[in-house]
Ligand binder design. Sequence first.
Ligand SMILES: [Fe+2]
Length: 191
Amino acid sequence: MTSTLSRPVAVGAPTQHQPRRTLSPTHHLPTRLRPADLLRLTDQGASDVLDGRHDDLLPRYWDREQRWATRLHYDDDVDVWLISWTPDESTDLHDHAGSLGALTVLSGALTEYRWTGSQLRARTLEEGDQASFPLGWVHDVVRSPSRVVTSEPTLSVHAYSPPLTAMSYYEVTDSQSLKRTKTVLTDGGAA
Ligand SMILES: [Fe+2]
């Protein structure tokens, strides 16, 4: 007599009583929020800043020499930052560790240099533009040179989920690959 209990079953194979599971596109992500959620949060954050709802968090004067950041919101799922950009002060090439990210440019313009896997590709993000950063996104961001001569502050609102805890920094080697140079904890800022 052959026992059905001893019949070998391929791992993961669907059976008559066990239909194949379909995974959602975000199943493997470390957060329940999607890039679209983060884009919406940065848009809302930018509106709140413009409407004066975060005036208590803003500095008394705009420091035009040093980049500056303040956290607008924090919970278990996401943190939201307002970042001020200054001329000639880039973030350096970095990732966002295990967090997804997004930004909305509130005023001025930013230039982003994104690592494509073989080179850095530049794009300009103008006032009102948005961008999201999936896991593994490596970029360097700087105030757009074309706006350096203007007196208006360059500001952007960023959201990270899970909340940003660390960033790794990289340099591009002579053989056009990435070399990690350091990893830092991010209790005091975001980029
Ligand atoms: Fe970044």
